[in-house]
Design a protein around this ligand. Structure first.
Ligand code: NI
Length: 191
């Protein structure tokens, strides 16, 4: 089932999401629905708050980004296919900072360069509640950083300079009012 995406301004996007355990009701179905929603909207990642669930759950599939030049074999392998992160903890972010033009299903029509560290150390549980602790770099790290922010109530536009923020202020207001052209189902706070 494709779920509606919460638009910029929805309060759930500003909450710190809560951890879940194996007994979370219909978790398997929820993960399936989140993947279906992510593929239907051409996203590479989706965090549960974006479908109105304030829980620490991320799905991702960064396959479209594996076309980017300069990726190693290992990075391509890691970015390809479905990945589920439950209760992730960002342990460290390091390396060089690099800019990448980010967008977000909750903020349609806004794409801006965001600077982030190129490598992360993260722990998480997968869909079978197996524990992982991994060092991840490149584009997959970028997707995780963006989705992890959603669990912390942070949206990528928060990282922009105050100058850039002023430039997109009106656009963000319009999104929260539903005044935006979008080809997937969304829930808007002020409509
Ligand atoms: Ni996003």
């Amino acid at each position: 089932m494709v779920l509606p995406i919460m638009a910029y301004g929805e309060p759930v996007l500003r909450k710190i999401a809560k951890e879940i355990d194996k007994d979370y009701p219909e978790l398997e179905k929820l993960i399936e629905d989140m993947f279906e929603t992510m593929y239907a909207t051409n996203g590479v990642g989706l965090a549960a708050p974006q479908i109105n669930k304030s829980i620490r759950l991320i799905v991702m599939d960064a396959t479209p980004f594996t076309e980017i030049e300069g990726l190693t074999e290992a990075e391509i392998k890691l970015a390809t296919g479905k990945k589920v992160l439950i209760n992730p903890v960002m342990l460290d972010e390091f390396g060089e900072e690099w800019s990448f033009n980010e967008g977000c299903l909750s903020v349609p029509g806004v794409n801006e360069d965001v600077k982030r560290y190129d490598t992360i150390e993260i722990s998480y549980y997968d869909e079978n509640f197996n524990f992982h602790k991994e060092e991840i770099g490149s584009i997959l790290a970028r997707v995780i950083q963006h989705e992890y922010d959603h669990l912390q109530g942070i949206i990528f536009t928060d990282h922009l300079s105050s100058f850039k923020k002023r430039l997109i202020k009106r656009k963000l207001e319009n999104i929260s009012k539903g005044k935006v052209d979008v080809n997937y189902r969304m829930k808007f706070p002020k409509r």
